[in-house]
Design a protein around this ligand. Structure first.
Ligand code: ADP
Ligand code: MG
Length: 369
């Protein structure tokens, strides 16, 4: 049985905005799932639907064996036994850290002695042992976020829901809290749904990544799967900044539309005759200096070249089309003329061209030459 299960969930806001469409998602006990997607893709809506702040228009939400939303039934958030942390640490400024963390336990009628023991335990878990009497105003942003996390953990929730919980923090701190969050949730075998717009964070932390767009799930998979086998050109672009090039596959080659680029289908995974889009990862484009004289697919001019720790992030313009490339070794200079060679591309056929229409266009194209 899944810890969290959504089946056929639709959510339409009262003003008619589509929040979620046909969401099916099973999250296992102890699993760490990251929800990613562009702004407005429905990440917060999905999290709030699990939490019970929003009710699905259709479908069901279950937590373990309990159906918490579906049909006319809907359990209120306080009955769902979930812990939540938001981007803006909603901790009370006039209460001590200890009172902040013990609040949910007070609400649940836990005795003072038991509360004190539990507060001390969760503060230790988040690296704030002995902070009970501190005033939140004396804490850093990262420490306040740890307090919010401790409060969410205090009543031993069956899952932790995090909405951009680390996004407001500055870099070295965010990095550290990220690692600690992963370590502590793994040690406690906690089920976590972590919403983030940060792709790197999602890939680094999650057992499985869910990619949302327009309220729909575009792909679910392990970080390795979603990066190496993106289900669509959108996913390849969103997760890996893949270059998307529209064109047509015929006669064993992919030819782009409005550009001279031509790539043999031996290098195009999933190629099949017809119109479609190829996705080329920045790491799959090789830049070749013209003096090397090696075969290239295209030539272009370096428009920008940014230093990166592992590789430079280079944009090459060729016939009005920009190619984003990840270059290891010496960093090219802006203005350099370079050759481009595509090592590998992924082909996604157009969904809306049926085979007959494609065949007639293909024959028209070849008759023209
Ligand atoms: P994300 O968290 O991925 O940025 P949201 O879940 O906040 O996205 O929003 C998903 C979509 O629902 C967006 O189009 C957003 O404008 C819309 N939306 C969010 N909240 C409301 C609301 N209260 N009423 C109407 N539309 C909303
Ligand atoms: Mg959001």
């Amino acid at each position: 049985m899944s810890a969290i299960s959504l089946s056929g969930v639709d959510l339409c806001y009262p003003d008619g905005t589509l929040g979620l469409a046909q969401i099916c998602l099973d999250i296992e006990d102890g699993e760490f799932v990251a929800l990613v997607g562009p702004s407005g893709s429905g990440k917060t809506t999905l999290l709030r639907t699990i939490a019970g702040f929003l009710n699905p228009t259709a479908g069901t939400v279950s937590l373990g064996a309990d159906v918490v939303a579906g049909g006319r039934r809907s359990a209120p958030p306080e009955d769902r036994e979930l812990g939540m942390v938001f981007q803006q640490h909603a901790i009370w400024p006039h209460r001590t850290v200890g009172r902040n963390v013990s609040y949910p336990l007070e609400m649940a009628g836990i005795s003072r002695a038991q509360r004190a023991a539990r507060v001390s335990e969760v503060l230790t878990m988040v690296g704030l042992a002995g902070f009970e009497r501190r005033n939140p105003a004396t804490l850093s942003g990262g420490q306040r976020q740890r307090v919010a996390l401790a409060r969410a953990l205090a009543s031993s929730p069956r899952a932790l829901l995090l909405d951009e919980a680390l996004s407001a923090l500055d870099e070295p701190l965010r990095d550290r809290l990220r690692l600690e969050l992963r370590t502590l949730t793994r040690a406690a075998n906690l089920t976590v749904v972590h919403v983030t717009h940060d792709r790197a964070e999602a890939l680094a932390l999650a057992d499985r990544v869910v990619i949302l767009d327009g309220g729909r799930i575009k792909q679910i998979g392990s970080p390795e799967e979603v990066v190496t086998q993106p289900a669509s050109a959108f996913v390849a672009h969103f997760l890996s900044d893949a270059n998307l090039i529209e064109g047509i596959v015929e006669d064993g080659r992919f030819r782009s539309i409005g550009h001279q680029l031509c790539v043999g289908t031996d290098r195009v995974h999933g190629a099949r005759n017809g119109f479609g889009t190829i996705a080329v990862l920045p790491t799959d484009i090789e830049l070749i200096s013209p003096v090397d004289g090696a075969h290239t697919d295209e030539h272009g001019i370096v428009m920008s070249s940014l230093f990166g720790r592992d590789s430079s992030d280079v944009v090459v313009t060729s016939q009005g089309m920009d190619f984003r490339c990840s270059v290891r070794g010496p960093r090219p200079s802006v203005g350099d003329r370079v050759g481009l060679r595509i090592r590998r591309a992924l082909f996604y056929p157009d969904a809306d061209t049926d085979d007959e229409a494609t065949a007639s266009v293909l024959s028209a194209v070849s008759a023209h030459r």
